[in-house]
Ligand binder design. Structure first.
Ligand code: PMP
Length: 388
């Protein structure tokens, strides 16, 4: 076939010369590059999924529950159990916020939180509109903006990767974006955004437009602090986005969800494809939600391993960003990509997100983390000898 590339096709102007998102998928012994949960699902859960999917399979001649009512009810219960007024995993809610329990009318689900975010931008962004994020942050926010024809504004951060709140307020007032993204804990840096900062940005966004503020809490179960779910009370333009890809160890399931005012849930119905969430997906997610206790047990172990990585890397003299996630950003390297390659030479794949001088490592099993630390010690030794 003759050689035709993407750019030879009549693709949309904004897609010309671009490459698809994706971390390198290399076949190496230790893969700590995509913030996955390293623990396979436990046998009891695998059996329960098989049971639930078997039952669903009988009815695959029919379209699934378009509104995923049972699943949204169970997700709301999970949020109320773990994120409201303190949590078994995370300690207490932000000071001065009580929060009201959420119900299925507050919750919407889709195929991964990426699809949730896409639906939100299809609803509240789009041609002639803009979204802002504070970078470095999750790069899909900008890419989904591009894919939905939403203009992208890159907002500022401080040198220590915290959000520069006065500068962010100024940027919001100046650009009057339609959607504001706040990722907490942030990816790839790992640090959480204090509730007061999110409130300040929400207020700035309401004064400027008013706009929708999407708080991306993909990693919140790993945080030392609490979810910002209680802030939903009285804030109809606030959306808290979540996923089962990280804490639930179910990245392969593709299940993301958000909690917000019921009007926001109604609004995304305008853009969602009918029957977007398959009966098999709904059955699998419901089975996983029955095993929340076991899965959150793995989260506790991963938090300990994350803290060990932070301590060991600091002990080696690296600059490590405080982490509330299941990954750790460390540096500084004169040449981060060369360091990435040296770690890979030891069979360990970490992530070079393009943050100057920094790399990111996902907390794996204790054995995987040991292998990573061994690789980093070898790197350190090489650097010291090279610089001597
Ligand atoms: N938000 C953030 C901050 C993420 O890091 C990720 C995944 N890397 C997602 C959302 C999307 O996750 P998923 O689509 O698997 O739910």
């Amino acid at each position: 076939m003759s050689e035709i590339r993407i750019d030879d096709l009549p693709v949309r102007e904004e897609l010309r010369g671009k490459s698809p998102y994706g971390a390198p998928q290399l076949d190496v012994p230790v893969r700590l590059n995509t913030n996955e949960n390293p623990y396979p699902l436990p046998d009891e859960l695998v059996d329960r999924i098989a049971e639930r999917v078997r039952e669903a399979a009988r009815h695959l001649n029919r379209y699934p529950d378009r509104d995923a009512v049972e699943l949204r009810t169970r997700l709301a219960a999970y949020l109320n159990d773990t994120a409201l007024n303190g949590s078994a995993v995370n300690g207490s809610a932000p000071a001065g916020t009580a929060g009201r329990p959420v119900g299925k009318e507050n919750v919407w689900a889709a195929n991964g939180s990426n699809e949730v975010l896409q639906q939100l931008l299809q609803t509240f962004g789009g041609p002639g509109r803009t979204a802002i994020g504070f970078e470095p942050s999750y790069s899909m926010h900008a890419l989904i903006a591009r894919g939905t024809g939403t203009g992208w504004i890159s907002g500022p951060r401080n040198d220590d990767f915290t959000i520069d709140v006065p500068a962010a307020e100024k940027a919001i007032a100046e650009h009057r974006p339609d959607v504001v993204f706040v990722t907490t804990p942030n990816n790839p840096t790992g640090n959480a955004v204090p509730a007061e900062a999110v409130l300040a940005l929400y207020d700035a966004a309401q004064a400027a437009k008013p706009s929708i503020v999407v708080v991306d809490e993909a990693y919140v179960e790993f945080s030392h602090g609490a979810s910002l779910l209680p802030l939903l009370e009285g804030r109809p333009h606030l959306v808290i986005s979540r996923t089962m890809s990280k804490a639930f160890g179910a990245a392969g399931l593709r299940l993301g969800y958000f909690a917000a005012h019921p009007a926001v849930v109604d609004a995304v119905q305008l853009v969602r494809l009918p029957y977007h969430l398959s009966a098999v997906t709904q059955a699998t997610a419901l089975a996983a939600l029955e095993h929340t206790g076991t899965l959150l047990g793995y989260v506790r172990q991963l938090k300990e391993e994350r803290d060990r990585l932070v301590a060991e890397l600091r002990g080696l003299g690296y600059e490590v960003t405080d982490s509330d996630a299941n990954f750790v950003q460390f540096g500084r390297f004169e040449d981060a990509h060369a360091a990435w390659r040296r770690i890979l030479d030891h069979g360990v794949l970490v992530r070079d997100n393009g943050v100057p001088g920094r790399l990111r490592v996902t907390a794996g099993t204790p054995a995987e983390n040991d292998a990573f630390l061994e690789a980093v010690r070898a790197l350190k030794k090489y650097e010291e000898e090279y610089n001597a």
